[in-house]
Design a protein around this ligand. Structure first.
Ligand SMILES: NC(=O)c1ccc[n+]([C@@H]2O[C@H](COP(=O)([O-])OP(=O)(O)OC[C@H]3O[C@@H](n4cnc5c(N)ncnc54)[C@H](OP(=O)(O)O)[C@@H]3O)[C@@H](O)[C@H]2O)c1
Length: 341
């Protein structure tokens, strides 16, 4: 609902997975007409069970399947007010091309995706659409068919655009508050630094909290982050602070012994036991991960500035090197050895 109490329009979610079902579901629960475009695996579950949306604050919402439109492709003649692009990075170009072919020119698309380049990739595939880089700060896990859980906190971010202003009150009321910034690049890099834990988490095979409580895995995360921060300095990019601890201090905090880390990083550990990284979900489903959009982006930025980022490159190799063969889970010691720590 906007300030005048009216709904600002309809929303189309492109890629109904963890983020799409959670954010789209919250908006539907607030009365927004929502279309979920996704795959049969997810849509059949939503059709059967509706959506159950829970969070670490203990809230639980139910959205009946009939309250949303479910579609395996962008419906012909669709004219959503805004689109939430929620596919994984590897699927961005194809999904954007589908949107571009079906929607009116100028439709505003929020790229609710990790990494740096998804909005640019989508714009290239669908030049008629207005794609805005956006950022999802929290973790969403699919706990059961149709059941999505927000395991951490934060506010969505996107780029200032007149079409989004009328939506702010609705997103707030729906429990998925959205902030608009003039430029999202610093925030995207700040988030990417934190996301460097995703490949560590995926290869650990553990829930996020359990993984972060293992000193060896934290050393790996710290090493990847430190290397990336060095590359950002060389590139003249100052990452925004997206967590309680500034990114530059995080490697030191991560290397603390467990007993001290539990105290110093108490806020960071406010992740409930169910939360996993979405990269871990990809491995569980036998899908290719987004490691190239995270560690690979660090490697490319390093190369563009005459440097190397061997640890991030190694992470790409560990996860992607033998694709489609699934990567091996690694113990903390084995991962440290692989990264040369
Ligand atoms: N989950 C999180 O906690 C989290 C947090 C912050 C940011 N993010 C970011 O948010 C983005 C989405 O992540 P996610 O975890 O929500 O991914 P996800 O659960 O894999 O959801 C994406 C869904 O979109 C489907 N899809 C792909 N191409 C499609 C197309 N052309 N038409 C219809 N459906 C299509 C995928 O199906 P197939 O895979 O079968 O093709 C999948 O079911 C990623 O960039 C991720 O890094 C995630």
């Amino acid at each position: 609902m906007n300030a005048a109490g009216a709904l600002p329009g309809s929303v189309l979610v492109m890629g109904a997975g963890s983020i799409g079902c959670y954010v789209g579901g919250c908006l539907a629960a607030a009365g927004v007409p929502v279309t979920l475009v996704g795959r049969p695996r997810v849509l059949d579950a939503v059709a059967q069970h509706g959506l159950t949306l829970t969070d670490l604050e203990g809230n639980a919402r139910k959205v009946e399947a009939g309250a949303m439109q479910l579609a395996q492709a962008v419906p012909v003649g669709a004219t959503p007010s805004i689109v939430l692009l929620c596919v994984k990075s590897g699927a961005t170009a194809e999904a954007a091309a589908e949107l571009g072919a079906a929607l009116p020119a100028g439709t505003v698309v929020l790229s609710l995706q990790n990494g740096i380049s998804n909005a640019a990739v989508a714009s290239k595939a669908a030049p008629g659409l207005k794609v805005l880089p956006s950022m999802v700060p929290y973790n969403i896990a699919e706990l059961a068919p149709g059941a999505f859980h927000r395991g951490t906190t934060g506010r969505l971010m996107s780029v200032e655009h007149a079409a989004l202003k009328p939506w702010l009150a609705t997103f707030e009321k729906a429990g998925v508050p959205l902030d608009l910034l003039a430029d999202l690049r610093a925030v995207q890099w700040g988030k990417l630094l934190i996301n460097l834990n995703n490949p560590v988490n995926a290869l650990s095979g553990l829930p996020l909290r359990e993984e972060l409580l293992q000193h060896g895995y934290r050393r790996c995360f710290a090493a990847l982050m430190e290397e990336a921060i060095g590359v950002l300095v060389a590139a003249g990019i100052e990452p925004a602070q997206v967590t309680a601890v500034p990114a530059q201090r995080l490697p030191t905090v991560l290397r603390l012994p467990n007993w001290l880390f539990r105290i110093v990083a108490a806020r960071m550990l406010k992740i409930d036991a169910k939360a996993r990284s979405s990269m871990a979900d990809d491995l569980a489903l036998g899908r290719r991960t987004e490691v190239d959009a995270l560690c690979g982006e660090v490697v490319r930025l390093a190369q563009a500035h005459g440097r190397a980022a061997p640890r991030n490159a190694k992470m790409v190799e560990l996860l992607d090197g033998e694709w489609p063969k699934p990567p091996q889970q690694l113990s903390p010691d084995a991962m440290c050895r692989a990264l040369g720590i």
